[in-house]
Write a protein that binds this ligand. Sequence first.
Ligand code: OOB
Length: 538
Amino acid sequence: MTREEIPTWPQSFIDYYIEQGCWEGETFGDILSRLNNLYQEKIAVKDHTSALSYRALDERVHQLASGLLYLGIQPQDRVIIQLPNSIAFVEIIFALFRIGALPVFTLPAHRWSELSYIAEKSEAVAYVVPDQYDGFGYLPLARTINKNIESIQNVIVVGEEAEFTNYHSLFMETQPMPAVSADSVAFLQLSGGSTGLPKLIPRTHNDYIYSLKKSNEICQMTTASIYLAVLPAAHNFTLSSPGILGTLLAGGKVILSPSGSPEVAFPLMEKERVTITGLVPHLALLWLDAAPRRSFDFSSLEVMQVGGAKFGSEAAKRVTPTFNCTLQQVFGMAEGLVNYTRLDDPAEVIIHTQGRPMSEYDEILVVNANDEPVGVNQPGELLTRGPYTIRGYYKAQEHNKKAFTENGFYRTGDIVCVDEHGYITVTGREKDQINRGGEKIAAEEVENHLIAHEQIFDAAIVSMPDAFLGEKSCAYMISKSEEMDDSELRTYLRDRGMAVYKIPDRFIWVNEFPQSGVGKTSKKDLREAIKEFYNTNL
Ligand code: OOB
């Protein structure tokens, strides 16, 4: 594939990051063998049905990788992974890493609309699903994908496989593995997206492993660390900050929870003596509310990380008194840059800021609308580049021209202030996206679905404040003829195969949209209008 299709760092930066010791030339496959040598019978990962030692994980991954090769999956092939938090998730991604094939991460909540796009864009050759999870049967979806997406040759099912390949049948006698380069792309991650459908993010072995090493340093991960994964495993936060992969790299233990609800997570925390976990703000609120009413022993918990969306200072203040642990704010993005408050930062910094970049090689710029740097503590858009921040999305040449500056900085779309010590506070957002409790919704994607309806003339999706989720989504619409009711609209959007979390929380019909000076729909005015509506009606 060409450099335009998978953008990478200029050679001078590659040389520099290697010279500085950021990129050490190790692949995920190498790491797993090394971890086996080091930790052998120590438990690496545990889910609600079983546990694997480092040795067992390495061996099973080798067997599974052999089965994947036997199935015809080749180095550089793309494979869509849509699995819940389970050992199978960890095994399959390492098996793909080992043969140099690329997992393409999707969330269990994604449906036809997202999956068909991702499968087509990545030209994936296989699709890995559970038979069912969270009340949803994946086999009908798998059939539709298999039938309609030309590139898909195999569907692998964890559970009852019906006409497809059973996951467990793929553990085969081990074969020699192909050579994999640490410079190569290890997987494709999804962006939250701000225009149209999500973009694919190519992350290399070198860059991602570097981000794990830095995360482990900052989060003080050791062989004694026990990480509870409650958010979806495929999300960058759960996967790598330090998450599942960081914990394994440190020789710790990963506990995979099928849910983040206090009912499921609290007993696990107590039983497994969890030392660190990562939550989105609304889950942290749920935990803060539930903890005093339950009598669980949280004494093992050392660090509660909160990120993915802005964690308000009032809630942040309650973490340490309630859980007797250190709060760590995490402001990251699947494109790369991750900021952390440090474990020994003063309480004021931990409560009020979203931390600072994890690497001394992260470059940060805060700019105004003309791309000119603003001063300390002044709001502006955050731009960044560095040893683990991508230089472009996968096969998105046109979009990359807008999403990156000419000298390779990624335009995050986040409005931030940076203080004199380099600590970042997120104050707003430039991008046309709703952050619904950490789940990102690209406004344009939902608008396109609505406008496709014959009765809808125009649609504009904006965020509205929500005490629990931080933000919810609101659809303003202009009808062509008759207005539809909310339940009709919800059914319509669900039938379009859109993930349920993207369905607007509120629908409002209007005769026209407010316009900006140049005649564009003014989302700013719509956001003000919905805020005003709530202020006067609640
Ligand atoms: C994480 O990654 P994504 O790719 O789902 O979302 C990135 C975006 C950021 O650009 C920002 O808009 C928002 O999510 N965000 C935050 C935040 N953390 C993420 N906004 C305010 N405060 C925060 N603490 O969400 C992600 C990736 C790695 C680690 C943690 C989060």
